[in-house]
Design a protein around this ligand. Structure first.
Ligand code: AMP
Ligand code: ZN
Length: 301
């Protein structure tokens, strides 16, 4: 069997969601095209006009993002935030510096303690630590991007992350977050830099494979504060049930379609009329019930 795309080399990757087997080189191209298609589809950025600040954690996802954007000629620089988590953040920062040397990109580092005087633990107050961490990162990313004239902030949130967030918010009834969930977060104030998620359509596994194929080193250690996400198990079960369906992409894109249509429909005002046949309420001239009756009657004749 040969690679489905080039039909020359031996395949090394099988993508169950697409039912194709690809060689290393074709997989790398496939992944990069996928990221570019996502940027185009959701109008996330413009190659000539936008300077993108990639929020760079050192983990595989933002690494895949930075590599894919750099290899497809986007204007990017990276920002790593050192949160001063004991026995973790300083080692991560060292690793990030080495990683970025390999990528040959410009790296900025903001050290929370040096810049603002406190570590994450000292700042968190009564908040859950992950919530404080997210809040601090968003604050720093936005301030840094604005002060350095970046026009977009890109994060490595991927399809699997986004589906987990959607499930969490849906089950928890957090409708205000659901409304906001999208690959593009426009600026709602002049001080807010638009945020984009170019990996909205790629899964965690696809990101992992991509950095593997490029032989980029990944910081494998999990953040000591990270919790095991139970929602991941729901997704794994779905995948077992529907191995041939790209489940994350399908559900997320249907979610966006549904959201759009709900917003449009609730904004639309249907004129109500009275059916000319029976007098009940309808949006047209003859109500659907009367149409059913008419059809049945016609069939009988
Ligand atoms: P997480 O919330 O850890 O799943 O990370 C989501 C995204 O936030 C990553 O893909 C990065 O783009 C960004 N990010 C996370 N941690 C950092 C960090 N320490 N510095 C810069 N960006 C980060
Ligand atoms: Zn090939």
């Amino acid at each position: 069997m040969l690679c489905k795309f080039c039909k020359e080399k031996k395949p090394t990757v099988f993508l169950p969601g697409y039912r194709v087997s690809l060689c290393d080189e074709c997989y790398v191209n496939f992944y990069q095209r996928k990221v570019e298609r996502t940027i185009k589809k959701f109008k996330l950025a413009n190659k000539e006009q936008d300077r993108i600040l990639v929020a760079f954690s050192g983990q595989k996802d933002s690494l895949a993002l930075a590599a894919a954007l750099a290899r497809t000629d986007w204007q990017i620089e990276l920002l790593h935030i050192n949160l001063k988590i004991v026995n973790y953040s300083d080692r991560l920062e060292d690793f990030v510096r080495k990683q970025v040397e390999l990528l040959n990109l410009k790296l900025h580092i903001v050290d929370l303690k040096k810049e603002y005087g406190y570590s994450l633990t000292e700042l968190k107050g009564s908040r859950p630590i992950c919530s404080a961490c997210g809040l601090i990162k968003r604050y720093i990313m936005n301030k840094f991007a604005r002060e350095h004239n970046f026009t977009r902030i890109a994060t490595g949130h991927h399809a699997t992350d986004e589906l987990i967030t959607l499930l969490k918010n849906w089950i928890g009834g957090q409708t205000e977050y659901i409304i906001k969930q999208s690959p593009f977060l426009p600026s709602s104030h002049e001080k807010l830099v638009p945020k984009i998620k170019p990996l909205w359509n790629t899964t965690e596994e696809e990101n992992r494979l991509y950095v593997q194929k490029l032989e980029l080193p990944v910081f494998e250690e999990k953040c000591p504060n990270a919790k095991i996400v139970n929602y991941q198990r729901i997704i794994d079960t779905w995948k077992k049930l529907y191995p041939r369906l790209p489940i994350e992409q399908t559900l997320l894109n249907n979610f966006l379609k549904t959201k759009k249509s709900i917003i449009e429909k609730t904004e639309q005002h249907f004129p109500y009329n009275e059916c000319i046949k029976c007098g009940e309420i309808t949006s047209g001239t003859i109500c659907t019930f009367c149409k059913l009756i008419d059809n049945a009657r016609n069939k009988k004749q």
